[in-house]
Design a protein around this ligand. Sequence first.
Ligand code: F6R
Length: 598
Amino acid sequence: MCGIVGYLGKNDCVENIKEGLLSVEYRGYDSAGISYIHDGAIQIQKRVGSVANLFDSITCPTDTHCGIGHTRWATHGEVCEKNAHPHISFDNRFSLVHNGIIENYAVIKDGILKDIPFRTNVDTESIVNLVAYFRIVNPKLSVLEALCETLKNLQGSYAVAMLALDTPDTIYFARKESPLLIGKGDGETFISSDVLGLGKSCSEYVVVPNGVYGYINKDEVKAFEESGSDVCLEFKSMISHSERAQKGDNAHFMQKEINEIPTVIENTVKIYLNEDNPISKVDKSFWQDIEKIEFIACGTSYHASMVGAMFTEDNAHKVARTHLASEFVYNPPLLNKNTLCVFVSQSGETADTLHAVRVAKERGAKSLGITNVMTSNLASECDVCLPICAGVEVAVASTKAYNAQVTVMMILADFLRDGDYKDIAEKILSQAASIDLDGMWASAKKFVKRVANSSSIYFVGRHMDYITCLESCLKLKEISYIPCEAYAAGELKHGTIALVEDGTTMLAIVTEPKLISKTLNIVEQAKARGAKLIYFTSLNLKDFAVSEKDVMAAPKVDVELSPLFSIIPMQMLSYMVSVYKGYNPDRPRNLAKSVTVE
Ligand code: F6R
């Protein structure tokens, strides 16, 4: 959902901005752009497509020391060079990059700025034009004051970085809801949407607090509240610099991230088995008097939460339910101080999930975040936050983070039962060690053509397998664009079976022995109506007329851990189908890694 970066310092700003943009490119790859001041004018270079494409096709001076850059996931206005950021003000004196949505941009454009020429139909242009407008209307205003005036007129979410021709060695910034961080090194200051976009020479960083604006110049970083009062930014030491993720020998990040799953699970469990583990650092009172648990998340994290809720009810014997964050905010359940709301998010920046945190907190519930990014808004807004330790996930389609989230929630469920999660942790460790990735790739590969050539696919399963169906289905549709649906097997006969016709592809997930006959009886009904079946199982289906050639091998794991491991071959299948169809699985159309708008 757009990545922004900025650099001010002793070195070449273009090189630093390029590095920063490459690190935050996962946030949007519709277009990329850069702005700096040179030859007494604001310069902007932008291109549709990737960051690499931008820098391959432009030449920039090497003696600029202050600039801003952007990688875009389009929200307002089509994907084209004109709509790419940075945007320049109508008087060519300000350039600005933005992540977020200005909800009242049409009101601003047709109201206060009705006589101002706009070059695009991008909401961001209203911000930069407002700053220019306020400076023209009242030349006594400083740039900072004009920015402050502008912010008062904006509704929506924003993280912005801005250059002004009048103050060439300054970057202005502002943040409301969308993420923004500042990093400092020796004679250098960086600004970015993500800690990854801060330069390697940063020794300290700060998450810009919500509702704060300010400026960076070579002497200082100053921040203010909307009222104008100073905000003291508390910089923390950089914990470690994650190297920009590399694909290594893998063709795509998604392939690499799937191959990392056993190691990620292992690392996550080991961290939670340490004496100094993340749960032990939480004040004991936080866990007291919890009567029920509400899991709240979006997309893949929602599916992981479904596993978490199921595990929590089964093991901790507490009422546990799952909610889509985008629905939770309109229809929250009854919450009170004895409710634990668990917010699960890989990025920690999903706007729907963050909105839900605020709703839950207003209603007095305890909030627990589970995230991969401990510098995220989720981590700072929740009362307590647990890491999933998956490492940077670059591919848009989430894979290893799902497995890490499920791991942490399985551990949490046992912790909530009696404080002791050693048994489940060790069971997970031993199963992760026995995972045969090569065997899984080989088995999934046999079904690539069949799936890729299907015009639609139905995933069916019961209980835990139903959750694996939901996640498998999401994975396949988002990167292969094949229409698919996941159904609880028992629901088929209540309507959906009407869609089954000769040749319909149906993928039955059957990993629980006790559910074999119940699931397969339903599947037989679809088969009798022409459905062509793929059975994803490790169980013996000898009592059913199942041909070996239709069986895709599921991992042989303890049935309780099935949702954690069964998803892996399905992630592999989706990946290979996408590649087979000629798509780039890392960058599915219309999607961005981090969904920072509601
Ligand atoms: C699907 C996918 C998305 C995310 C969802 C929530 O592969 O990645 O469905 O799971 O956008 O994102 P986070 O977990 O960052 O809150």
